[in-house]
Design a protein around this ligand. Structure first.
Ligand SMILES: NC(=O)c1ccc[n+]([C@@H]2O[C@H](COP(=O)([O-])OP(=O)(O)OC[C@H]3O[C@@H](n4cnc5c(N)ncnc54)[C@H](O)[C@@H]3O)[C@@H](O)[C@H]2O)c1
Length: 307
């Protein structure tokens, strides 16, 4: 039976990826330090090992693939510990690449659209070099991921981990996400479910694209099975302003009104993936729009409240 290590497998995407791998008949080991787990925890059927990728514990057996997702992922989380965030992206990625090199495993790095910073190119193609302000507070995450990508390439070029893949994930939502992750979809749903006014930072014209988790996992799975060693954007190119998102969520839960607060530092004005590479090489494109993806997500948030 094929074996995969999923780092960060107690988190939102790691849990959903583990479920997919188990469905595909893989044996799954999860390594996670439980710093920001999904309320649902690691997938049933996966073997859980608690520990950090920065100083990993002994892991059972060897792996055909390492899916490296461990990282603080939302701004409120990574801004709490900028040094820890850089160490996870740098030292943690190095430790997992060393493990992949020692075991001859294929390696997939979960990178991010944040490598594009506050982009000047729309939509963002993978060959866009990005616009990250290295002294900004968010740089601990953005630069950690840029370094992790460069490191993955270095291991590939030097022949240590020739089979590596890099997925640049754009905002993803769905069942399993942590309700307190401070991301905009969770914030709006929590506020509407609590009957509170929705908070928009800035004037609400900044845009994001939101990918439903099943689409994201399908893209990650296809990329990991492909021979594409260049980074690949996976996200939903449908661009929505924060105001449109707030209005859609309010309409589906409760019309509670909107408050506008000042925009945080370095918050990108626009974010939209060019998914030409994923379409061409993986035959992938998202199939779930917000209208279909929101109801199961809202039901999931409700189920957490109802216990
Ligand atoms: N969800 C998104 O929209 C999104 C967007 C871009 C990139 N990503 C990337 O995808 C990956 C998964 O994100 P997510 O949304 O599932 O976040 P998440 O916070 O739900 O999951 C991350 C998991 O990593 C674990 N972790 C953090 N540091 C660790 C360490 N040093 N050692 C071991 N485990 C550690 C956390 O406990 C958590 O369970 C992350 O690398 C993130 O940067 C996610």
């Amino acid at each position: 039976m094929s074996r995969a290590l999923v780092t960060g497998g107690a988190g939102f995407l790691g849990r959903n990826l583990s479920l997919r791998l188990l469905d595909e008949g893989w044996e799954v080991v999860v390594l996670d330090n439980l710093s920001s787990p999904s309320p649902l925890g690691p997938a049933d059927g996966a073997t859980f090992v608690e520990g950090s990728v920065v100083d990993p514990p002994e892991l059972p057996g060897s792996f055909d693939r390492i899916y490296h997702l461990a990282s603080p992922a939302s701004p409120p989380r990574y801004l709490l510990d900028p040094i820890g965030t850089l160490r996870t992206g740098g030292e943690g990625t190095r430790a997992m690449l060393d493990l992949a090199a020692a075991q001859g495993a294929r390696f997939l790095l979960a990178s991010t659209s944040e490598v594009y910073g506050d982009p000047t190119q729309h939509p963002q193609r993978e060959d866009y070099t990005g616009s990250v302000q290295v002294t900004s507070t968010r740089a601990c995450y953005d630069e950690a991921k840029r370094y992790a990508e460069a490191l993955t390439y270095a291991y590939q070029r030097q022949g240590l981990v020739p089979e590596s893949r890099i997925i640049r994930i754009f905002n993803t939502y769905g069942p399993g996400m942590a309700p307190d992750d401070g991301r905009v979809v969770s914030n709006f749903i929590n506020q509407a479910l609590a009957g509170e006014r929705l908070t928009i930072y800035g004037d609400g014209t900044q845009t994001r694209s939101f990918c439903y988790v099943d689409d994201l996992i399908e893209g990650m799975w296809r990329l990991s099975n492909s021979d594409v060693t260049d980074p690949v954007n996976i996200g939903n190119p449908e661009e929505l302003s924060m105001k449109e998102l707030a209005t859609t969520i309010a309409q589906s839960i409760a019309e509670t009104g909107i408050d506008y607060l000042p925009l945080p530092e370095s918050d990108p004005a626009r974010r939209q993936p060019d998914i030409g590479r994923a379409r061409h090489h993986l035959g992938w494109e998202p199939t779930v729009g917000l209208a279909e993806g929101l109801p199961p997500t809202v039901d999931y948030f409700r189920s957490l409240i109802d216990g």
